[in-house]
Ligand binder design. Structure first.
Ligand code: SF4
Length: 291
């Protein structure tokens, strides 16, 4: 039996999914793909600019789930009414579920209910361990990984963006990943740079923090963990210390490259942040938010 088919590709604002969109447009033009972006309402301006540029390149609208059809509850509502002011964290990742996965499922549900078979294209590369990203919750929702199938690795992804003229998203000048302005996966150096680049977004993140006694549970909720409010990153000595430690880490990383005779490798710290800190790619963040 033939089913109606729909092809969808989720953009996170990150480089891999952007490169996949470019790759599919240029190499599989006969597949009619619908591109989408799940907007949490807390995106970096650089991410939104990059999506506009990508949209122009693709020659197609990128469907903005969450802003165009804002049926979904926003972060403020979820935090106050459904999560009792309990900030999301790597251990309690309700933000990704509620602001990325649920809106996506709500969007595709109408097509599934209408009898469509849906193919979702995911930007996992051939040189990374297969990861658990979005797990289909419906038999008619299928995941495809063209980079894995066609053997494309990290270097190819950067080349695709370079050749298309898009290059890297501008947030790479200071931050290693897309995702929410207040994402708790960012490193302290990135929080400091958020404050320098977008002081209003740093202030916005601060206003969600709660001191002991300000919540019904009596617990403090801080983005940086139990005892560390963001205001600690306003202390000039602390800022200096974090910057110096980051620079040392970068120098150690460059030394490692030199030992491997990769003398001419240009090092942009935001592109190698995980390697510098010996983290798995993504440092625990999932593909839904940054890929
Ligand atoms: S980017 Fe970070 S804060 Fe935003 S939904 Fe993903 S994990 Fe949560």
């Amino acid at each position: 039996m033939e089913y109606k088919q729909k092809h969808v590709l989720g953009l996170s604002g990150g480089k891999d999914s952007a490169a996949l969109a470019v790759y599919m447009r240029d190499n599989y033009p006969s597949i009619d793909i619908e591109y989408f972006f799940t907007d949490t309402g807390k995106e970096l301006p650089e991410t939104l600019d990059f999506l506009n540029e990508l949209e122009a390149y693709l020659g197609k609208d990128i469907h903005r789930i969450g802003t165009e059809d804002r049926q979904e509850k926003d972060f403020d509502y979820l935090l106050e009414y459904e999560f009792n002011n309990y900030l999301p964290s790597p251990q309690q990742r309700w933000c990704t579920i509620q602001m990325k996965l649920v809106p996506f499922e709500n969007w595709v549900k109408e097509f599934l209910d209408d009898g469509y078979e849906i193919f979702s294209y995911v930007a996992i590369r051939a040189d990374e361990p297969m990861r658990e990203g979005y797990k289909p919750t419906h038999d008619f929702l299928k995941v495809r990984m063209p980079f894995v199938e066609d053997g494309l690795i990290k270097k190819n992804i950067e080349d695709i963006l370079e050749t298309s003229g898009l290059g890297l998203p501008k947030y790479y000048e200071w931050r290693s990943r897309s995702g929410c302005t207040f994402c708790f996966f960012q490193r302290k150096i990135e929080w400091i740079r958020l404050k320098e680049r977008h002081p209003e977004l740093f202030e916005d993140a601060k206003r969600y923090e709660k001191k002991v006694g300000e919540t019904p549970s009596g617990h403090a909720y801080y983005w940086l963990g139990k005892d560390t409010p963001l205001s600690t990153l306003e202390n000039p000595e602390k800022i200096q210390q974090i910057k110096e430690e980051h620079e040392k880490q970068l120098q150690r990383y460059k030394k490692r490259l030199r030992r491997n005779a990769l003398l001419d490798v240009e090092v942009l710290d935001t592109k190698v942040m995980d390697e510098m800190y010996d983290d798995q790619e993504g440092a625990g963040a999932c593909i839904t938010c940054y890929k």
